[in-house]
Design a protein around this ligand. Structure first.
Ligand code: IPE
Ligand code: MG
Length: 232
């Protein structure tokens, strides 16, 4: 979700105004994805590198998180959204951590759609924390190095319960992944749009999905193989 700052700057408003507008775009996006039948939506709200922004911006973002956690969760719950947070949440203050835990507990059985909110998340962090978990198990003797295959490794990652993402959308015009789901996006289709995140809406999301529908996902196979009926 990139472009909040530029969106605000274009309106001669502070960056925090852009983040507030970004929250509105997120609400619309979650509701639309749920209506479309998307099973899992994962949004990158705050990266492990975002702490390096000016202290005033970081503290405004923390205020916004707290406000959003207080005001938005009930409606998401009514809409059947299961909310999860991925990332190193130990870095957040106690009030935010408590609201995150409450939101997860309240919505854990909801079936309409899972929304993963990546906060203080980094793809490299995720891979390292998985490696650490497996190393601990190996030291305890419960795991042999030879038992570590792709599935076992993926099961220690933050999105262990979700299938790999089909479509990745980045707004704001940059053509890079910026340490998002590095492992999980090995075969994800990428879509980049210059639309700034606060302007992202139902129409721009539909455009991304239509573009995705035109892709041929070969997973290393040839196009001809994909046309052949599967053998029994
Ligand atoms: C993304 O928008 C929001 C967060 C990282 C929290 P930016 O704040 O990066 O907006 P630009 O890239 O400066 O326009
Ligand atoms: Mg940015």
């Amino acid at each position: 979700m990139d472009g909040n700052g530029r969106w605000a700057k274009a309106r001669n408003r502070p960056r925090s105004f852009g983040h507030q507008a970004g929250l509105n775009a997120l609400r619309v996006t979650i509701e639309h994805c749920a209506r479309l039948g998307v099973e899992t939506l994962t949004v990158f709200a705050f990266s492990s590198e975002n702490w390096n922004r000016p202290a005033s911006e970081v503290s405004r973002l923390m205020e916004l998180f707290l406000k959003a956690l207080s005001k938005e969760v009930a409606e998401l719950h009514r809409n059947g959204i299961c909310i999860r947070f991925i990332g190193d949440i130990s870095a957040f203050n106690a009030a935010i951590r408590e609201k995150m835990t409450e939101a997860e507990a309240l919505t854990r059985d909801n079936q309409q759609m899972v929304t993963n909110v990546a906060v203080n998340y980094g793809g490299r962090w995720d891979i390292i924390q998985a490696a650490r978990q497996l190393a601990e198990l190996a030291i305890d003797g419960g795991l042999q190095p030879g038992d570590i295959d792709e599935d076992r490794f993926a099961s220690a990652l933050a999105l262990a319960d979700s299938t790999d993402p089909d479509l990745f959308i980045r707004t704001g015009g940059e053509i890079r992944i910026s340490n998002f789901l590095l492992w999980q996006s090995a075969y994800t289709e990428f879509y980049f749009t210059p639309v700034l995140w606060p302007d992202f809406d139902v129409e721009t999301l539909n455009q991304a999905i239509v573009d995705y529908q035109g892709r041929e996902r070969r997973f290393g196979k040839t196009s001809t193989q994909l046309q052949e009926p599967a053998h029994a």
